[in-house]
Design a protein around this ligand. Structure first.
Ligand code: C5P
Length: 321
């Protein structure tokens, strides 16, 4: 991976990927979104975003999946910088242009909120660069306008999200959880997966099935997370978007089956997919599982991560050298 250039006045923030331990999706709302109950969990797979003063705003991306990262105004980190400039009154004063360097390890369109993560890191880094002194709550409000997952990328840890997923409450969790993430060969667009979910549901409703209920938090999952016992958490991982992701990428079934067959305590598609998350008993079991899933040849790449980890935070330039 190309190292980030060290520049005077450059500020770097590091930000984790998320997986969903529960993702319950309500009916389609009139604004095109769905009410959710999402148990977000930040894991130790990080992107880094460096911002530095410039004459005009530019984006440079290195690392995982760069061909699919937009370099223009549709890049979420660019939108984040513009939103912070607007909120803090910098816009139009010629002082809000920055060079944005994104070093990606979180795959694009993977159900891991990588784009939202980069937006969160850009907010934290520019807040520092400009001395804006926005509180975490203020950054969260700005972030929520950029994407439903941005507020969680700012706080990290494990949290329950309701509404679009942007209204967060921290969850009580004991211990640390060891995961294997299996990346798909191609990405899935979030909007496509929600649309497929709606289609599957309306076909089921036509077949006489009861209408979709409002989503509800799993009290069993919350109790298991408090207990710190991965064997209790594993069977309780759920994702209402999983059937939709599987309908769009049927090969994911093989990945989930391979993980279960090789001893995963739980196996679930993360968010809108196609990344599959497998929970292991401990770090050794996760290493064995990672090797077995790699050997099964059911995915593009496999990484071993742990969670929960903190959200977007500044990288100390001295410690980083
Ligand atoms: O908020 P964000 O931009 O990340 O959402 C991307 C897309 O995902 C939305 O346009 C919508 O299609 C879908 N979505 C949804 N309900 C949510 C969150 C996202 O339908 N709660």
């Amino acid at each position: 991976m190309t190292p980030i250039t060290k520049q005077a006045g450059a500020i770097t923030a590091r930000v984790p990927a998320k997986i969903n331990l529960q993702l319950s999706v309500g009916p389609l709302r009139s604004d095109g979104y769905h009410d959710l109950v999402s148990v977000f969990h930040a894991v130790s797979l990080f992107d880094e975003v460096t911002v530095s003063p410039a004459d005009r705003t530019t984006v440079v991306v290195s690392g995982e999946g760069i061909a699919d990262v937009p370099l223009g105004p549709s890049n979420l980190a660019v939108k984040a910088v513009a939103a912070l400039a607007k909120a803090t009154g910098r816009r139009g004063r010629g002082t809000s242009a920055v060079r944005i360097e994104i070093r990606k390890r979180i795959p694009v369109a993977a159900g891991l909120a990588g784009g939202s993560a980069d937006a969160a890191a850009a907010l934290v880094a520019c807040n520092e660069l400009w001395g804006s002194r926005c509180s975490g709550a203020e950054l969260g409000e700005i972030g929520a306008q950029l994407g439903s997952d941005v507020p969680f990328a700012l706080v990290g840890g494990t949290a329950v999200g309701i509404g679009r997923g942007e209204q967060l409450t921290r969850a009580l969790v004991s211990g640390s959880y060891q995961w294997v993430l299996a990346f798909g060969a191609t990405g899935l667009a979030t909007t496509d997966v929600y649309a497929a979910c709606d289609r599957l549901r309306s076909a089921r409703a036509d077949g006489g099935e009861a209408p979709v209920k409002a989503p509800a938090l799993s009290t069993e999952l919350m109790a298991a997370l408090r207990s710190g016992d991965p064997a209790a958490v594993g069977p309780l991982l759920t994702n209402d978007l999983q059937p939709a992701a599987l309908s769009l990428q049927p090969l994911l079934r093989r990945a989930l089956a391979a993980g279960r067959e090789h001893g995963a305590l739980g196996a679930v598609v993360s968010g809108s997919g196609p990344t599959c998350a497998f929970l292991a008993e401990d770090a050794d079991a996760a290493s064995d599982l990672a090797v077995a899933i790699t050997g099964a040849g059911v995915c593009r790449a496999v990484v071993q991560v742990s969670g929960p980890v903190p959200g977007a935070s500044l990288v100390d330039p001295v410690a980083a050298t």
